[in-house]
Write a protein that binds this ligand. Structure first.
Ligand code: BTN
Length: 260
């Protein structure tokens, strides 16, 4: 089990200052509140979250000891590339889980990580302006050891864990470490050159490209074909011959999560 206090992962910076809490409202909320006085790379892990937050204002459910709730504090990220942080975290997580399990993981734009059509990881990146400085919090929730009954009990029809999808039993520490190692490596490239050099790897893992997608923005629902994803973290969708850039909102991909 993860221990309280400082923990050393096999990384140089990310996670070298690691704060572990048995219970927190949300690891993202903690780092948003305290990030101004903490070092770049500080990582917060909670055994359980009482108010875990997901994208689009949704809640992220919590299950003690079977899931990883981790947030990483990133400072000195050039503002123009910060909108690609979700893509960066998605790619780092996919690479980490593929290395750890030997199975294929894919990305549903912008950063749901899926394996055999079930969502295994959710990622929420948030920014905070603190005086003249801004910092970013990358929250990563990984379903690691839950069984099928957990997802059924909680009405999470589209959810799966590393266990249910790969039949591999991995510790929360191993999952955390592998993600931090990959994120650290990609971050070096990202800060120097932006997301462009990482885009081909992201695209290779992205399930959206070439598929029919449903885009919900506010009250409007539109169906189109995803033609590309871009280095700025957006997705290009062709709606009956008119290509639009989608930057946010809820999207579904035909063939995934019950969208038929
Ligand atoms: C999603 O909606 O898919 C994103 C879910 C993000 C959940 C993680 S768990 C760790 C961190 N703390 C939070 O409150 N949320 C993120």
């Amino acid at each position: 089990m993860l221990q309280t206090g400082t923990k050393r992962f096999r990384t140089h910076i990310l996670g070298q200052n690691c704060l572990y809490f048995k219970e927190l409202d949300s690891t993202n909320t903690y780092l948003k509140e305290h990030g101004g006085s903490l070092a770049h790379g500080t990582t917060v892990i909670a055994g359980r979250q009482t108010q875990g937050r997901g994208r689009l204002g949704r809640a992220w459910s919590s299950d003690e000891h079977t899931a990883l709730y981790m947030s990483v504090l990133l400072k000195n990220i050039p503002q123009p590339i910060s909108q690609s942080l979700p893509s960066l975290c998605g790619l780092a997580t996919v690479k980490a889980l593929e290395k750890l399990t030997g199975r294929e993981f894919l990305i549903k734009w912008p950063n749901d990580v899926i394996c055999l059509e079930k969502k295994v990881v959710g990622i929420l990146c948030e920014g905070r302006l603190c005086g003249e400085q801004s910092y970013y919090v990358c929250g990563i929730g990984v379903n690691v050891l839950q069984d099928r009954a957990f997802f059924a009990r909680n009405g999470l029809d589209h959810g799966g864990s590393i266990l249910t999808q790969t039949h591999r039993v991995k510790t929360l520490e191993a999952v955390a470490e592998s993600i931090l190692i990959e994120l650290e490596a990609l971050l070096d490239v990202f800060v120097q050159e932006g997301f462009t050099p990482l885009l081909p790897a992201y695209k290779r893992h992205c399930v959206n490209i070439g598929r029919e997608v449903r885009v919900i923005t506010g009250e409007t629902e539109q169906h189109g074909i995803c033609v590309d994803v871009c280095a700025d973290g957006s997705m290009l969708v062709d709606f009956c011959g008119q290509t639009k850039k989608i930057c946010a909102g809820e999207t579904s991909v035909r063939g995934f999560y019950g969208y038929v």
